[in-house]
Each structure stands twice: as C-alpha cells, then as structure tokens.
Design a protein around this ligand. Structure first.
Ligand SMILES: Cc1cc2nc3c(=O)[nH]c(=O)nc-3n(C[C@H](O)[C@H](O)[C@H](O)COP(=O)(O)O)c2cc1C
Length: 207
C-alpha cells in the first residue's frame, strides 16, 4: 500500500488550480495503486505555526532533555517529520505567490528540515536523509512560466526542487497550470496540465 501525502497551500479552496492539479495527479496514482492511502495536509486551513525560540532550542537538544515547553513547541515538527518519513509519495500543490512559494508552505518546510532527522552534515558536506520518495509538484501561476520571458522568474520550481533535494527527495516531477491570468491561455491551462500527467511505471521499484 502506498502512502501519499497531498500538501495544499492555496487560499482559493476547491477553485484552486494547484489543488485541482494535485488532485488529478492523485487520481492517476490511485489508478496505479488502488489501495493507496491519501493524507491531506491543507496548510491554509491548518497552518504550520512559525518556528519559535523554544522549538529551535529543542531542535538542538537531545529529546530526553526537553522541557515541557520544548515538547509542546516541537510537537508540530515531530508529527510532520514522522508523517513525511512514513510516506512513499508527496504531491505538493503550490501557487506562485509574489514570485516565491506561499509563506504557509515555507513554514511547513521549516518544520521538516531537521538536522539529524531529515538531513545531516559529514566531512562530505550535507546529506539528505529523506530517501526513496517520489515527489510531484502541482504548480500554478498567473503569468506563463513554462515558456517565454517570465521563465526567468520561476523561483518556485528551483526553490522547491532544491529544498526537497537537500533533504534527499531528488526524484521530483513538476507540472504547471500557469498563465491563469492570461486570456487565451487560462481557459485551457488546467486541462492541458492534467492531460500531460504521466505516472512513472517504475514507481514500485523506487518508492
Ligand atoms: C497574493 C498573491 C500573489 C501572487 N503573486 C503572483 C506572482 O508573483 N506571479 C504570478 O504569476 N502570479 C501571482 N499570483 C497569481 C497566482 O499565482 C495565480 O492566480 C495562481 O493560479 C493561483 O494558484 P491557485 O489557483 O492554486 O491558488 C499571485 C496571487 C496572489 C493571491
């Protein structure tokens, strides 16, 4: 059984392009893995708190020395890391917000980026510890980023791929429903993105 986490980060609810695209990816995954379990993490309805002083103190102290305050402060991070390590596949739905990722998604990333748990440093440099996962990105933006002059302003894809790769999640496929504000493009962008979804045959071997 595959465990899939669907992370959504749009304020637009059911009308969100990135959420709908992520759902379409999951529907196709479920054809391949009918008994898969899907966990929805809606970071708008249930936002991750900003990382706090007590939480960072807990990050750098052995768990058996945590105070009550630290346990409380690090609870979100602990649950999010456990959930991530337990998953086989991540589907991350993200709109482009002011040329970057939604703040709520950044906050979730801040909680799952844990030294000794999801990455570590050795003499060879940093090593991601979240291995064997498949990641799908379901992205959306008002302008067109898959071609043309705005491609240079796509900070969403390289940041997410870079950050997830730092944590060991290097097998990432990105799909874009872009140009959602561009007449003549916005009308068909979601359908075109959905049609382009391709689930790799060898997912069983790697995940
Ligand atoms: C606060 C805000 C900032 C945005 N910033 C950008 C931007 O920098 N570039 C862009 O192309 N679109 C921008 N957009 C448009 C969204 O990326 C676009 O509407 C996208 O389709 C939203 O995805 P969603 O439907 O999944 O929420 C912004 C939208 C909002 C609400």
């Amino acid at each position: 059984m595959k465990k899939i986490i669907h992370i959504t980060s749009s304020t637009k609810g059911a009308a969100s392009f990135s959420t709908q695209l992520g759902k379409a990816i999951i529907e196709k995954l479920q054809i391949q893995y009918p008994d898969s379990q899907v966990i929805l993490r809606d970071l708008i309805a249930d936002p991750a708190p900003y990382v706090s002083t007590g939480e960072v103190a807990a990050f750098f102290m052995p768990e058996d020395q945590h105070t009550e305050e630290m346990i409380k402060a690090a609870a979100y991070s602990k649950a999010a890391v456990t959930e991530l390590l337990d998953a086989d596949i991540l589907v991350i739905s993200a709109p482009l917000i002011n040329l970057s990722i939604p703040a709520q998604l950044k906050s979730w990333l801040d909680h799952i980026t844990r030294s000794g748990q999801t990455f570590r440093y050795s003499e060879a440099g940093p090593e991601g510890l979240v291995k064997g996962k498949k990641v799908f990105l379901a992205l959306s933006g008002g302008a067109v980023y898959t071609e043309g002059p705005m491609q240079a302003f796509d900070f969403l894809t390289p940041y997410l791929k870079g950050m997830l790769g730092f944590l060991g999640m290097t097998d990432t496929t990105a799909y874009w429903a872009d140009g959602t504000s561009v007449p003549g493009w916005k009308e068909t962008t979601l359908e075109r993105a959905i049609q382009s979804i391709s689930i790799p045959e060898d997912l069983e071997a790697m995940a």
